[in-house]
Design a protein around this ligand. Structure first.
Ligand code: SAH
Length: 459
């Protein structure tokens, strides 16, 4: 993002437009929506612009330095390259921000396309890349945002103090959502601004009488990253959540699916990176559900696999908050799918182990004998740093150094990487990965196996 969007306070600020034709008029029309003190300087000033006096100050000659001494914004809008450059230089010397109309490269700022429902204003910019697209987006927004929105927001703003009678959180949010979604627009259509004010009073009284809703927590599995690998149930719950508390493993594409009013809280937890203490996560769930919120505790993969689910459930049970678990696709399933392999196979393995390389005491101990057996298949979670330790244990228990191993990083995401390895090369391959990776011990990518078979056939 080269241009950072901000909303500039132009009340009583000086804005100078150099130029008196079409271009100047277009900018003037936008600026007239503000309370800026606008001056137009040009030897020729179009009658359409003259019509705006005395709201606009007209100076019937080219811009001079003295015109700009107190200017906050300067528009060079003469359409003449040399004259615009001269005005821009004067503007810069005066310390103003300068826009040369239709010359992005030499401008300090751009004027976005605007959808105006004052005080609700949407600004659309494409950094000059696609003005047509900006116009399309503007047209879509113009048709989807009701004209009454500005009035509703203005009346709503003056009612904010009154609404504080409702406790902050889901109850107050529900009040405002009903106002903007249905009651406000209907009242405005029926009886204008006065009707809206009366409706706010009635709606507030109604909400104050409602009993506090009982909050609850859904432990929702987000899957490995691809939103299409979420269950319908997970999507529906995410769509309704008041509060979403998520791990770092949950991708932005999935968070996008949350209700737009939802409060999104990240409790980043990653192997060795910074993490939120488990107690803080418990406290957050209890605080929000305690206020009546529908909380979604969104966990990467399947919530019940290496996700400390039991501890979180216990914390809720202790204070009597209802909960449920929504299952999902775990990283091992996604990784196996990505290499076209079955996690179990008749005649090869009758058991599948999901193991973690870490436990509370450091490296986790396992049934190494079982893991080392020919044909055994194990999905190793959080295993990148422990790769050498795991390799050592397996070799010690008789595993073959050429045991097939596949590392799947960022399974199901756009940046997924599949790395074929053997037990012998595991540590070095694991060290090269940066993202979350699941290590499939005993499985090779199906394509690699095919190649091997072809080579064998060739022998
Ligand atoms: N509940 C999660 C696992 C959480 S433990 C699940 O069911 O998948 C975190 C570990 O999961 C990571 O260190 C990594 O080993 C694995 N993991 C999670 N998401 C992954 C993904 N998209 N690709 C590869 N591994 C992943």
């Amino acid at each position: 993002m080269q241009h950072f969007p901000v909303f500039l306070d132009l009340a009583r600020a000086n804005v100078v437009i150099g130029g008196g034709g079409e271009m100047a008029l277009a900018k003037l029309r936008l600026l007239l929506k503000t309370e800026a003190q606008i001056t137009i300087c040009a030897p020729d000033i179009a009658p359409e612009i003259r019509a705006f006096t005395p709201r606009v100050t007209l100076v019937n000659r080219p811009v001079l330095a003295c015109d700009l001494s107190a200017a906050r914004l300067v528009y060079a809008a003469t359409g003449n390259e040399n004259e615009d450059a001269r005005i821009a230089a004067l503007g810069h010397a005066a310390g103003a921000l300068v826009n040369i109309v239709d010359d992005l490269e030499h401008s300090d700022f751009i004027t976005p396309a605007i959808v105006d429902r004052d005080p609700v204003v949407v600004a659309i910019g494409t950094e000059g890349a696609a003005p047509v697209l900006a116009r399309q987006i503007k047209a879509q927004l113009e048709s989807s945002l009701p004209p009454s929105l500005g009035v509703l927001a203005r009346i709503g703003k003056s009612f904010r103090k009154m609404a504080e009678a409702l406790p902050q959180g889901p109850r107050r949010r529900a009040f405002w959502a009903e106002y903007y979604d249905s009651y406000g627009p209907r009242a405005f259509a029926r009886s204008g601004e006065d009707g809206v004010a009366q409706t706010l009073d009635d709606l507030l009284a109604q909400h104050l009488e409602r009993p506090s809703p009982i909050g609850h927590v859904d432990f929702v599995s987000a899957g490995p990253g691809d939103p299409e690998l979420m269950t319908l149930k997970a999507r529906n719950l995410l769509d309704r959540a008041d509060v979403v508390i998520h791990d770092r493993l949950v991708t932005p594409e999935i968070l996008e699916l949350a209700r737009r009013e939802a409060v999104i809280i990240s409790v980043g937890k990653e192997g060795f990176g910074p993490s939120t203490a488990q107690e803080v996560i418990h406290a957050l769930m209890i605080e929000h559900a305690g206020q009546g919120a529908h909380v979604v505790r969104l966990k990467g993969g399947d919530a019940s696999v290496f996700g400390r689910l039991d501890e979180e459930i216990a914390a809720l049970e202790e204070v009597g908050i209802p909960w449920q678990v929504v299952p999902g696709v775990t990283a091992a399933s996604s990784a196996a799918a990505s290499i076209g392999q079955s996690l179990t196979s008749r005649g090869r393995n009758h058991a599948l182990r999901l193991v973690t390389a870490h436990d509370m005491n450091g490296y986790a101990d396992q049934d190494w004998q079982g893991l080392a057996e020919p044909g055994a298949v194990t999905a190793l979670y959080m295993g990148k740093r422990a790769a050498r330790f795991v390799q050592g244990r397996l070799l010690m228990h008789g595993a073959a150094p050429d045991m097939p191993v596949t590392l799947v990083e960022n399974a199901s995401r756009a940046d997924q990487q599949i790395v074929g390895a053997t037990l012998a090369t595991l540590p070095q391959k694991a060290a090269a990965l940066g993202g979350p990776a699941v290590i499939l011990l005993g499985l090779a990518p199906r394509a690699a196996q095919q190649t091997l078979t072809l080579q064998e056939v060739a022998k």
